[in-house]
Design a protein around this ligand. Structure first.
Ligand SMILES: [Zn+2]
Length: 369
């Protein structure tokens, strides 16, 4: 399975020959494998003329004959000329897409790891906690703490009967509250220890109110800060339900991160420092190798022009390249060309599904300097 180390290795790989990168959404709850194969062939068609025919064939063969349709997403990187072949089966869906560049297109994997790599779900109840560490949606480790049973004291015991007579809450329930709080305090210590040992980056709390809120308040501040959401549920919930609900919370986390990146671009572009919005500005910045993070609306395409000699990209029609004097030809998709350029320069790509500011211009970037 993919992890940070593997991602770094991929990030450092470069080839003289084009590398074919394919992402395929294979979520079995949405389409059949036959339908995904049709989509795959469509993607491979887009790569024709850019990727080597043996890479296209290798990917097609893999999906048709080797892949067992496990997981919800697949990433494949192929460059036969450099003897390079990697397959990652992902438990989380990815957006389908294809890219041909002299580096593997790793941004979707990086985004996936950023959100889903290590998170924990703590299922809290009045008698204890079960905390599970997940890697990309799969449980990898768990700890259980069982405290004292929370039950009513038997009537007739001197102290409890006396307490009841003095007024206030019935002693039976007061005793139960005390036991529950003692359990929660210990549960909080167990989760804190778990967090120090296994360093999850995000924590989701599951359970009934007010127990979950009480538990949250008992956690140290630094741990409270990584709580990204709560799932209301009882001990009756099965693992599948908890997993799906946590993934739903993490998808929101991912969407928030995406939106924050676009906001950063908009702010920087407005200040005229560190960011650009729109195709023309983005192409210029790409030519100067200044793009740190490219943000692009999913499905954004725009025609443009490219210098045949130095690769200079522009949205403005011209015959001769202002940099090298080479011949400039029209290309059908300057957006795709700039994504390739940024990938080859080692920049990041953020593909955004919805954002009002980006919907107006389609593309923008955060700059390195
Ligand atoms: Zn040129």
């Amino acid at each position: 399975m993919i992890d940070e180390t593997e991602l770094r290795n991929l990030a450092h790989f470069q080839a003289e020959a084009p590398i074919l990168s394919i992402y395929l959404d294979v979520d079995p709850t949405r389409h059949t494998s036959e339908e995904y194969l049709i989509l795959l062939r469509h993607l491979l068609k887009q790569a024709e003329g850019q990727a080597a025919p043996e890479d296209i064939l290798a990917v097609q063969r893999y999906f048709e004959h080797e892949y067992n349709w496990s997981g919800r997403g697949v990433a494949v990187f192929s460059c036969a000329a450099a003897d390079f072949w990697r397959v990652y089966i992902l438990p989380i869906p990815v957006a389908s897409g294809v890219m041909v560049a002299r580096r593997p297109y790793i941004s979707p994997l990086a985004a996936l790891l950023d959100t889903y790599e290590r998170y924990a779900v703590a299922m809290v109840h009045r008698e204890g906690v079960r905390v599970v560490l997940f890697h990309l949606g799969e449980p990898v480790y768990e700890e259980v703490f069982e405290g004292e049973e929370v039950k009513k004291l038997k009537r007739g015991r001197g102290s409890s009967a006396g307490a009841e007579r003095r007024g206030g809450a019935p002693s039976g329930s007061r005793h139960m509250e005390e036991v529950a709080m003692r359990n929660l305090r210990q549960a909080a210590r167990v989760v804190e220890h778990f967090w120090r040992q296994h360093t999850p980056r995000r924590l989701i709390l599951a359970g009934a109110e007010p127990t979950v809120s009480q538990f949250r308040d008992l956690l140290p501040k630094a741990l409270q800060e990584i709580v990204v959401g709560t799932i209301s549920g009882g001990p009756g919930d099965n693992g599948h339900t908890l997993r799906e609900r946590s993934l739903h919370i993490l998808r929101q986390v991912e969407a928030e991160r995406e939106a924050a990146t676009v906001e950063a671009v908009v702010t920087a572009a407005a200040k005229g420092k560190g960011g650009v919005l729109g195709l023309d500005g983005t192409l210029s910045a790409a030519h100067e190798g200044r793009i740190r993070t490219l943000v692009i609306l999913r499905g954004f395409h725009a025609p443009g022009y490219r210098c045949q000699s130095c690769g200079y990209l522009t949205a403005v029609e011209m015959d001769r390249c202002p940099f090298c004097g080479g011949v400039v030809a029209e290309i059908s998709d300057a957006a795709e060309a700039v994504v390739t350029r940024v990938v080859e320069d080692g920049g990041e790509i953020e593909v955004v599904d919805h954002h009002p500011a980006l919907e107006r211009v389609g593309i923008g970037a955060l700059l390195r300097y």
